[in-house]
Design a protein around this ligand. Structure first.
Ligand code: T5A
Length: 209
């Protein structure tokens, strides 16, 4: 028996964390999981102790010495390698379920479409890093870059968030293309929190994971 791997993707501020928290509270008593299975809530970057250190380095908004785009890609890949080997695969193998705030789609969207790095190389790197691990289902919370910026207006932006609207537009376009190509569940994230949660819950119930 192996657990299920659920991922929520989307641009900054689309509401991923809000939905991961809601589903984390609901899923264990939903009747979908085996009685002895646990639900693990995690995220990228920073889902492991080592990954937390990488997250601090990656997101630090230090204008004087930002990493190159390739370095940034490799740091996200290193975070994911650690995350898969220390959390995702071991937990799924124990028949536990894992819900993650971001996964490989974020790298393709941000580094592939946002930074315009070679997408074939990103796919090859994904193969090396993931070693066959992939989500059972991915939800894409779709909001406009304008709404994303509005929702985050009272927060100090991290290094990626500080890239601004044009970068975010490219990332968003990337997410839309990836979502279609990979048959992700696309949800309008400009709805209220409860409507989005209900959509996710209904899909999980009906998808016979
Ligand atoms: N990144 C990540 C890469 O470039 N490559 C990669 O490979 C990976 C894995 C990570 C950054 O790294 C980049 C992407 C990111 O820039 P993060 O902490 O995961 O950082 O990123 P964010 O997406 O920026 O996290 P946020 O917390 O900003 O966004 P969430 O989680 O999408 O949104 P949430 O739930 O915190 O909500 C944001 C605000 O909106 C409100 C909430 O209350 C909150 O105030 N909200 C709603 N408001 C109205 N209607 C709704 N339906 C709402 N839902 C939430």
């Amino acid at each position: 028996m192996r657990g299920k791997f659920i991922v929520i993707e989307g641009i900054d501020g689309c509401g991923k964390t809000t939905q991961v928290d809601t589903i984390y509270d609901w899923l264990p008593n939903s009747g979908l999981m085996d009685i002895n299975s646990k639900l693990i809530k995690t995220r990228e970057p920073g889902g492991t102790p080592f990954g937390k250190k990488l997250r601090d380095i990656i997101l630090l908004n230090d204008q004087k010495s930002p990493p190159s785009n390739l370095t940034e890609l490799l740091l996200y890949a290193a975070d994911r390698a650690e995350h898969i080997s220390k959390i995702i695969t071991p937990e799924l193998n124990k028949n536990n379920w894992v819900i993650s705030d971001r996964f490989t789609g974020s790298t393709m969207a941000y580094q592939g479409y946002g930074r315009n790095l070679n997408r074939k190389i990103i796919k090859q790197l994904e193969l090396i890093v993931c070693q066959g691990e992939k989500p059972d289902i991915t939800f894409f919370l779709d909001i406009s870059p304008e709404e994303s910026i509005l929702r985050r207006k009272n927060r100090v932006p991290d290094r990626i968030e500080a890239e601004g609207i044009n970068f975010l537009k490219n990332v968003n376009l990337g997410f839309k293309e990836i979502a279609k190509e990979k048959n992700w569940e696309i949800i309008s994230a400009s709805q209220d929190v409860e409507s989005i949660s209900n959509h996710i819950k209904t899909k999980l119930i009906n998808s016979c994971l």
